[in-house]
Design a protein around this ligand. Structure first.
Ligand code: AMP
Ligand code: ZN
Length: 118
């Protein structure tokens, strides 16, 4: 997909509105449009990268910075006692939007179990 048609690139460029949580030169965070938890926002790279499978050593810095800031953003959004991150990747991961994004899910209460066990 070209970045022209990518919904998250459009959000990064300000062509599609979003409820912003955080922004810097390389990263943007905004609330998921269909939340599945009391706290549910997405952290995206401003650079268009299709998925986690598109990462290479050049991205170590920005991905490291993303991981380091998650707990602070989650707490600011009200999930002060933990959270869950999810990064659906590719066909097996049932990824819908092919612009790298990390879901940040939080409480206040505990989240349901991640994957139901038989
Ligand atoms: P996935 O690619 O499966 O990780 O899911 C993509 C996520 O992006 C879903 O949770 C959608 O609700 C969310 N989403 C899609 N379009 C928008 C949008 N315009 N603003 C905020 N979240 C969105
Ligand atoms: Zn994109």
């Amino acid at each position: 997909m070209t970045t022209d048609n990518c919904i998250f690139c459009k959000i990064v460029r300000g062509e599609v509105s979003s409820r912003k949580v955080y922004e810097d030169d390389e990263l943007l965070a905004f609330h998921d449009i269909q939340p599945v938890a009391p706290v549910h926002f997405l952290l995206v790279t401003k650079e268009h990268i299709d998925s986690m499978a598109g990462l290479d050593a050049r991205h170590a810095g920005v991905m490291g910075r993303m991981m380091v800031m998650v707990h602070k953003l989650a707490a600011e959004q009200g999930s002060t006692d933990g959270f869950r991150i999810v990064c659906n990747t590719g066909r097996v991961g049932c990824q819908d939007v092919f612009h790298l994004h990390v879901h940040v899910l939080g409480g206040p209460g505990p989240l349901p179990g991640m994957i139901a066990r038989a």
